[in-house]
Design a protein around this ligand. Structure first.
Ligand code: DAH
Length: 353
């Protein structure tokens, strides 16, 4: 082997190494993520096509005397590239992890999304308030049926056919005998037929009348009350109502009874409460009178007790009926009953007692 060649071979090889190193350094500048580092590793170290591997393959053309040195230098280069790749890979992975943490970071100071909370329908609120007020006085709930026959809705309540009081309520008849109940008072008869005194019930429910304007709807709700026992008088009614209205409209609310007429009570009264808006001074709500009419009531007519097989010489009772929408409208300042039935959440959502 000739020495010039060998020197040339060595010098050629070392400049080739330097060039490879320069090329590697240059490429390292842009290999900032682990995928690029991997590609760089393939480019230099792939066992078939890698740049370093091709240097190994050139071993054949290296003069025998220089083979060892050449081999050592290739290995050195390989180690140098490996070291560099390892630190580049570590840096890239750290950076990727940091970026991932950053992108997945949760900012716990961001205000939460507002969740819309529903509320009970004003009718339900008022009904519950009424039940709460009476439940404390020992009343039980009786839920009657919406379809009744003529007997329970009228006749047994001392309102036989041709009785003028039938004109007070425009009835939806389903047949000659069946109808949509016009009043929860029909429940009184069912309860008195099936229970012996003492009786103390509340009966909330839907009622129906052919009536339709700003303050009347063909379907509305009432709450009936009935107490039957020995020695019940109008005084008991007033005492109980006083407590009821204070719970419903606030402490200090007073009641006033005015004579009225209902076939199923004798005497019958119309009950007013002192205006809960102005306290009785007179305002728009109470039309300047200081009083608001809220329910009908009275001492249960003897004939009604007898119709249900209750001895009217031993027992007496009082009853009352109150319109739930009417109270809701008064309490929440609603001027059209339809607003309660249109299910518009912009209206109903504002009423949350
Ligand atoms: N049922 C009557 C109505 O719908 C209200 C009523 C008045 C009920 C007097 C009663 C009562 O229990 O005693 O107009």
């Amino acid at each position: 082997m000739d020495s010039t060649n060998s020197t040339n071979g060595s010098a050629g090889a070392s400049s080739r190494f330097e060039e490879i190193m320069r090329g590697f350094r240059e490429r390292s500048q842009t290999a900032l993520d682990s995928k690029k580092v991997y590609e760089l590793r393939k480019m230099y170290l792939d066992s078939k096509a890698g740049i370093v591997s091709s240097l190994m393959k050139q071993m054949r053309s290296i003069p025998a005397a220089e083979k060892a040195e050449y081999g050592r230098q290739v290995n050195q280069l390989k180690t140098w590239i490996l070291d560099n790749l390892a630190s580049m890979d570590q840096k890239a992975r750290e950076e990727e992890l940091r970026a991932r943490y950053e992108s997945e970071k949760i900012d716990i100071t961001i205000p939460g999304k507002k969740i819309l909370r529903g509320n009970l329908h004003p009718d339900t609120q008022v009904r519950n308030q009424m039940i709460d007020a009476f439940a404390g006085m020992g009343f039980e709930i009786y839920e009657g049926a919406e379809i009744e026959n003529d007997y329970y809705n009228f006749t047994a309540l001392n309102t036989p056919k041709d009785h003028p009081a039938r004109d007070m309520q425009d009835t939806f008849y389903l047949s000659n005998d069946f109808l949509l109940r016009t009043q929860t008072s029909s429940g009184q008869i069912h309860v008195m037929e099936s229970h012996k005194p003492p009786i103390k019930i509340l009966s909330p429910g839907r009622v129906f009348r052919s009536d339709d304007d700003a303050t009347h709807s063909p379907m509305f709700s009432q709450m009936e009350g009935l107490v039957v026992d020995r020695g019940i008088t109008l005084c008991d009614l007033q005492g109980m109502l006083d407590e009821f209205v204070q719970k419903l409209f606030g402490a200090g609310t007073r009641t006033r009874l005015r004579p009225s007429y209902f076939p199923f009570t004798e005497p019958s009264v119309e009950v007013d409460v002192s205006c809960f808006q102005c306290g009785g001074k007179g305002c728009r709500l109470c039309k300047g009178t200081g009083w608001i009419e809220i329910l009908g009531a009275g001492v249960v007519n003897r004939k009604v007790l007898e119709n249900c097989g209750i001895d009217s010489d031993v027992y007496s009772g009082f009853a009352f009926g109150i319109g739930i929408e009417r109270v809701a409208m008064l309490k929440y300042g609603i001027n059209n009953i339809k607003l309660l039935f249109e299910s518009d959440l912009r209206t109903l959502g504002q009423i949350n007692d």
